[in-house]
Design a protein around this ligand. Structure first.
Ligand code: BGC
Length: 555
């Protein structure tokens, strides 16, 4: 097998297309590296690990929210969009981190959370202090309640994490929150709200940020007439026509057209990627339009089983969509909201259900008994190697390069995720299990995460997954990711793909430059085509690729 040297990022600073085929690494900052020993990861922690990121060979970092926040939803409850949480650092620390990443050839994408602020945001505090019908209340969505004294919420809507979608304030009015009560939804019909987000985008773009990940990009615009539909009526409404009262309304794209003008004020234009869990690839494509955000996450592969037929269809559908919009596909298996893919793939097929919470896992009685962890990781490496060879951008989530599994056994009193506590109907373990601080060393109070423990408990089994251990082992998952990312830089060319062979167990495609990619979804070994095996996710012996594995071959 060819040993590939570490390669520098080959992207030039003025390249306006750097994002098209970038490998983007998501950092969940509170769980990445803790520089001051308070148990929470921070921005200087990220800066201290830039050499690690550079050696990994990624092109960009996407930083989940680092803004001041009470952490009612892991930082997706923002108190102040133009500042850094003092527990995570200062604006100067941010600048230092950005400079260090850029010096290493790594771009920086920050998370923008426009659907809702936190309830501690100065505007929401003003709204609470102001009377009914005041301009301060108009920045959010306040309504009178039902019932003789307005004691019932305006509708029976249920929030995305469970519980009522409305909360009452002291003068009797109610405000809407799609997520937790600590996350009041903005009123995007209000020009002040629109203007303020343009200011925020410019604020970070002026600080050298290269792009934005836009949180729940499909929810901002709402149509809320005086007579509101019930939850049952909402559930029955079509979500594909752009006319649903709460989600994926066509008018949302007017906002992104305005944002695009701001992005294009910069050289190179600032990049954006939409997080939009919408119903169809066609609806998703609207977010990826060059007149809008430019790129959108596709969660299709993430929701699929480890299955050749599903992968084949999804890859084709997604490539077809981007051919129509001129964007590039995005591929992702893990992020801070879903059960880690090494673990998912060790479960019985989920058929796209419960990706978010791993309910099946709980039902199955926990990891020790019913999960095949080894098989899960084997399949995850195969799927990742396939993904890294696809045209388009690949999104990776911190810790997957170590082969980390979901942490299941976090005691209830140490859990933080509102999904766990609010009894969302898909409630299982919530999302804390993929947010446990990374192991950098095999020992110490927090496996080298920081000097004084970690804000979520790390399990004993983290030790062999530590960076310090894997870095020394050429057969580790980390060494495998490093080789794959370095080779990807060398091999990545025009954004095309041709299928060579497709059957129920094997997918074989070819990228320009005779880069052949073979994934064996079955369990029996399959014969590889002739050529030099550049990298494989498992054993290749006598030209045979073992089961549940991928190989890259140059012919
Ligand atoms: C983020 C979640 C967050 C939610 C509300 C998302 O989709 O990825 O982590 O809880 O938006 O902001």
């Amino acid at each position: 097998m060819a040993e590939s040297p570490h390669t520098e990022s080959t992207l030039s600073p003025s390249d306006a297309n750097w994002w098209r085929q970038a490998a983007v690494y998501q950092i969940y900052p509170r769980s990445f590296a803790d520089s001051n020993g308070d148990g929470l990861g921070d921005l200087p922690g990220v800066t201290s690990r830039v050499p690690y990121l550079k050696a990994l060979g990624i092109d960009a970092v996407w930083l989940s929210p680092f803004y001041p926040s009470a952490l009612a939803d892991g930082g997706y409850d923002v108190d102040d969009y133009r500042n850094v949480d003092p527990r995570l650092g200062t604006l100067d620390d941010f600048d230092e981190m950005a400079a260090a990443l850029h010096a290493a050839g790594i771009r920086l994408i920050v998370d923008i959370v426009p659907n809702h602020s936190s309830n501690r945001h100065v505007w929401f505090q003003e709204a609470l202090a102001a009377p009914k019908g005041s301009p301060a209340r108009e920045r959010y969505i306040f309504r009178d309640g039902r019932g003789p004294n307005g004691e019932l919420p305006p509708t029976d809507w249920v929030g995305a994490f469970g519980g009522p979608g409305w909360t009452q304030v002291s003068d009797g009015q109610w405000y809407l929150h799609f997520f937790t009560p600590e996350q009041p939804d903005f009123n995007w019909d209000n020009p002040e709200v629109r203007e303020d987000f343009l200011t925020t985008l410019r604020f970070w773009a002026d600080r050298g940020v290269d792009g934005f990940r836009v949180d729940v990009a499909n929810l901002l615009v709402k149509d809320l007439p005086a007579d509101l539909p019930s939850q049952a009526e909402l559930d029955a409404m079509d979500r594909t026509s752009g006319t649903h009262p709460l989600m994926d309304r066509d008018e949302v794209h007017e906002i992104y057209a305005q944002w695009r003008k701001v992005f294009n004020e910069y050289i190179p234009p600032r990049f954006a990627v939409a997080e939009a869990w919408v119903e169809t690839p066609e609806r998703r494509a609207r977010y990826a339009s060059p007149e809008g955000l430019g790129q959108a996450f596709s969660f299709d592969l993430l929701e699929a089983d480890f299955d050749a037929t599903q992968f084949h269809r999804i890859i084709n559908d997604n490539l077809e969509q981007v051919r129509l919009t001129g964007s590039t596909s995005t591929w992702v298996f893990s992020n801070h909201d879903v059960t880690r893919h090494a673990t998912r793939y060790g479960l019985p097929p989920l058929n796209g259900r419960n990706v978010k919470q791993g309910v099946e896992w709980v039902k199955a009685g926990g990891p020790a008994e019913d999960i095949d962890l080894e098989r899960g990781l084997r399949r995850a490496k195969a799927a990742t190697l396939l993904m890294l060879a696809l045209p388009g951008a690949a999104y990776l989530y911190q810790g997957e390069e170590l082969g980390l599994h979901e942490v299941a056994d976090i005691p209830a009193e140490q859990r933080q995720d509102p999904c766990f506590f609010r009894g969302a109907d898909y409630n299982g373990l919530g999302r804390d299990g993929c947010r446990v601080p990374l192991p950098w060393q095999a020992d110490g109070t927090s496996f080298g995460f920081g000097a004084n423990g970690a804000h979520l408990p790390q399990p004993e089994w983290f030790a062999p997954y530590a960076v310090s251990v894997e870095e020394k082992d050429p057969a580790s998952t980390l060494s495998f990711y490093r080789r794959a990312l370095a080779l990807r830089h060398e091999l990545q060319g025009p954004e095309t793909l041709e299928w060579d062979d497709v059957d129920e167990n094997v997918l074989h495609f070819v990228r320009p430059g005779n880069w052949h990619v073979v994934t064996n979804f079955g369990t029996a070994p399959v014969a590889l085509p002739d050529g030099e095996v550049l990298l494989a996710s498992a054993e290749v012996e006598n030209g045979m690729l073992s089961g549940e594995a991928t190989a890259w071959i140059r012919r």
